[in-house]
Design a protein around this ligand. Structure first.
Ligand code: SF4
Length: 285
């Protein structure tokens, strides 16, 4: 059990919440913390800004276009391919302005990225996976108390289908392996089930991922995962609580692995020593 520190000595220069229980935990924060607690610190505690990777920028713009499509379908509004392509173009520009700069090598790479995203959106709208019926809900934000977790669990589901299946959309560079994809996203998928059961009392019949694959001819691939049994729920709750405990205890250290190949915080990581402050980290950036 973690004690909440109400009046911590902020001698390390960390943001106040980093030395207390976080107000809540989301599956993405937990996955990020468990993947590398030091990278989590640089990104979410010291808040060191880096250029947005081009693939992430494309993924966000595609996500915004799909969101526009699902909301239009839910409202019975204009969901034509032209309107959704326009939503994509606007999101591409808005994200560049509000969350950029984006790490494009040059204008040619930017244009290729823009067109790749447009192709992926068009492929989705043309695929059997494009929602035909009115969805039950779009962009569902939930915050619930879950037994075994010291803080509320939060999550944002992209889409909930009529039979309560939560669907999450992922941009990918290559075709996913179904078994690995479900395992990789276990924290997120099971968290959605926990949230839905707590909020509605309904159990989803399936936990689904829809991959938008940016191959030359884009592919839209749905990966279905069975609903979690008690074992999987306990396992994921324990992982979420491990992240809560680590964040509350201010436990951040390098966790070298494959993820270091694409980490943007190598300089800060090399400079790390126990007791590193946010100011130290920013100086090393
Ligand atoms: S380089 Fe590797 S160990 Fe260091 S912060 Fe990045 S992911 Fe973590």
């Amino acid at each position: 059990m973690i004690a909440t520190v109400t009046d911590p000595p902020f001698a390390t220069g960390l943001t106040p919440w980093a030395q207390t229980l976080p107000k809540h935990i989301s599956p993405s924060a937990a996955k990020s913390y468990l993947g590398c607690s030091l990278k989590f610190y640089f990104e979410r505690v010291a808040c060191i800004r880096k250029k947005t990777p081009a693939a992430l920028h494309l993924g966000k713009a595609v996500h915004a276009a799909l969101q526009a499509f699902h909301i239009a379908r839910w409202r019975g509004a204009d969901d034509s391919p032209e309107t959704i392509a326009n939503a994509y173009e606007l999101a591409f520009l808005r994200l560049e302005r509000d969350e950029g700069p984006v790490n494009f090598d040059d204008d040619a790479e930017r244009e290729k990225c823009r067109l790749d995203g447009l192709r992926v959106v068009a492929a989705y709208l043309d695929s059997p996976e494009a929602m035909k019926e009115k969805p039950r809900a779009v962009e569902v934000l939930l915050k619930e108390d879950i037994p075994g977790l010291s803080v509320p669990l939060t999550g944002a589901m992209d889409l909930v289908e009529g039979d309560f299946t939560p669907v999450d959309f992922k941009s990918a560079a290559a075709k996913p392996d179904a078994a690995n994809a479900a395992f990789d996203h276990e924290i997120q998928l099971v968290s959605y089930q926990l949230l839905m059961e707590a909020a509605t009392g309904e159990s989803p019949p399936s936990l689904d991922l829809v991959f938008l694959v940016k191959t030359k001819t884009p592919q839209i691939i749905r990966v279905k995962s069975p609903p979690a049994d008690l074992h999987r729920k306990r396992r994921v709750t324990a992982l979420l609580e491990t992240a809560v405990e680590g964040i509350a205890s201010n436990r951040h250290h390098p966790q070298p692995g494959m993820q270091c190949s694409w980490c943007q915080f190598k300089n800060e990581c090399i400079a790390w020593l126990p007791g590193m402050t946010a100011a130290d980290a920013r100086r090393a950036a």
